[in-house]
Design a protein around this ligand. Structure first.
Ligand code: FAD
Length: 515
């Protein structure tokens, strides 16, 4: 037997659900060194039955409420916050709230398990302020690390310093100039019918495609061949203008906001926030909406006057009865990328030269320094350094997340590729935590933003569809907050007997062009 190497002593943990829309699962399952991974405790039976169209018995309603909120991610929690003082009930399938904006901790140091940052003055930033959180500025454009070279400010001063050939850099410059000439507002409909790959093709520059095939999957879940040209141009302009300097965050990523929302809501509304409650059916009727959920091996039905569905559409389509055919089809057309999230915990300083670091051509797309915005605060001497790796997979590779051995092998690949990026990265972490997110991110595919979402998100008489995927063009926490603020206004107007006004509010929110 060979001698154990340092790497054999890295602790490895797998957490999270495979199908984020469904299963009941345990939060974190630590796995001892070098032992076969063990994901016992997760059982997907209920949700797989929902997925497979199984019809659950629907017991008589034992509780009535004015508004039921389904899903306790950023959208569901903010809807609950905006409906404070009303008769609401929130049901969440996990044993914790937060969804894709959920923070974890390692010995008191917070890190993100998905959503990274927000933008100054966005609806999410305003909500954060209102609940007592001051998101701090990142204050730095993103660097790129490729071919063993660190290049700060990729799209401005860095562009000519990138470690590529002269012709590749000339192609990047042409692309940069061309993107700034596009009037996005005028050309949105036309751009949204094309793919970003079509737009990149005339530049004949593999390095350019490689870069966007890191940035795109991490930001909007899709590789260039599946990405709408609209979002490609939008983000190119945003980076070239240096608008990324308006980003804000705290350690924990946007999980810090959901964490605080729960903290604020719990004392007064704790019994209205129910975890471990998987909704299996939503039946809108003439006089109420009947919602049946599964908890502790029991099915319970609640009768609500109105419902806010804050679940992603791929699951919403399976939960709601009586959906018009075109709406169900539109929901089912939406695509979601699998994103294993990897956090590496180091017991020594490794890297603090950039917040969000693009590493094209690897199994991970970028990594984030968890405590970036507080790193220079007086008296801050963290014991550990935590780096968060974003690793969007192609949809065809989703099954990687089903096998604990494959997850472990994948994390090993991410570590060894990271260690080859720069000489100073040749350090082993003391622990690697992989959080499985099977259908994490709505993909920004052509015609989702300008066409499909309006059909998918159309409110029903008693149901509002409020997940961030009702907005866009990419999956954003600020959209989750904005749309659920509209959902709470819609519910309030409905309860006041003003359906026409309620529908006007819903329509305005869904059609608001936030870019
Ligand atoms: C890897 C990654 C990185 C991201 N980075 C950023 C970023 O930097 N900035 C940004 O603004 N956004 C980012 N996002 C997007 C952001 O996380 C989402 O837009 C936002 O968190 C979505 O919130 P939501 O409440 O709409 O949906 P979700 O987070 O999907 O919440 C839905 C909730 O519904 C629950 N649920 C599902 N099915 C059921 C059921 N049957 N019964 C009861 N409950 C159910 C789920 O458990 C979940 O809690 C990122 C997303 C990912 C995946």
């Amino acid at each position: 037997m060979s001698n154990p190497t340092r790497r054999d002593f890295i602790k490895f943990a797998i957490a999270g659900s495979i199908a984020s829309g469904c299963p009941i699962d345990r939060a974190l399952i630590p796995i001892p060194d070098a032992h076969p991974a063990n994901i016992q405790g997760e059982h997907f039976a209920v949700c797989h039955q929902v997925r497979d169209g199984h019809s659950f018995p629907k017991p008589e309603a034992t509780r009535t409420v004015d508004v039921i909120i389904i899903g306790g991610g950023m959208a569901g929690l903010s809807a609950a916050y905006f409906l404070r003082g009303k008769d609401f009930l929130l049901l969440e399938k996990e044993d914790h709230f937060g969804g894709n904006a959920y923070q974890e901790e390692f010995q008191g140091q917070a890190y993100s398990t998905a959503a990274a940052y927000d933008f100054r003055n966005s609806p999410c930033d305003h909500l954060a302020k209102e609940i007592g959180l001051n998101l701090l500025p990142i204050d730095m454009p993103d660097p790129t690390i490729d071919n063993g070279v660190y290049t700060p400010d990729t799209w401005n001063t860095g562009l000519t310093q990138l470690p590529y050939s002269k012709s590749a850099i000339a192609a990047w410059q042409r692309f940069r100039d061309d993107m700034m000439k596009i009037d996005l507002r005028k050309q949105i409909n036309e751009l949204d019918t094309k793919t970003f790959a079509d737009l990149l093709a005339p530049y004949h520059c593999p390095e350019l495609n490689k870069w966007w095939d890191a940035y795109g999957p991490s930001n909007w879940g899709a590789f260039t061949e599946d990405t709408t040209a609209f979002i490609g141009v939008n983000d190119a302009q945003y980076l070239i203008k240096g608008d990324d300097s308006t980003r804000v965050i705290l350690p924990g990523g946007l999980g810090c906001v959901t964490h605080k929302l729960v903290e604020v809501l719990q004392p007064k509304y704790g019994e209205r926030l129910i975890g471990n409650a998987t909704v299996v059916s939503v039946v809108p009727g003439a006089n109420d909406v009947r919602v049946t959920y599964y908890q502790n091996d029991q099915l319970t039905t609640v009768s609500a006057k109105f419902a806010i569905l804050a679940t992603p559409k791929f699951i919403t389509a399976r939960l709601v009865s009586n959906l018009p055919d075109d709406q169900r089809r539109a929901m089912r057309r939406m695509r979601y990328a699998p994103v294993p999230m990897i956090n590496m915990i180091f017991d020594r300083p490794v890297y603090r030269k950039g917040y969000d670091n693009w590493c094209p051509g690897n199994a991970f797309t970028d990594f984030i320094v968890a405590d970036w915005t507080i790193r220079n605060q007086p008296g801050y001497h963290p014991k550990y350094e935590i780096l968060t790796f974003y690793c969007t997979l192609r949809e065809a590779d989703r099954a990687t997340l089903l096998s604990d051995d494959d997850c472990r092998a994948f994390a090993g690949k991410v570590l060894s590729q990271f260690q080859k990026c720069l000489p100073e990265f040749s350090v082993d972490p003391i622990e690697i935590r992989l959080y499985r997110r099977g259908h994490a991110m709505m993909m920004a595919v052509p015609e989702q933003f300008t066409k499909n979402r309006f059909i998918a998100s159309r409110p029903m008489d008693r149901v509002f569809f409020a997940n961030s995927d009702s907005g866009g063009p990419e999956s954003l926490s600020m959209e989750a907050v904005r749309i659920s603020q509209a959902a709470s206004e819609w519910a309030t107007l409905q309860l006041a007997g003003k359906p026409a006004q309620a529908n006007k509010t819903a329509h305005a929110a869904l059609h608001q062009f936030v870019y």
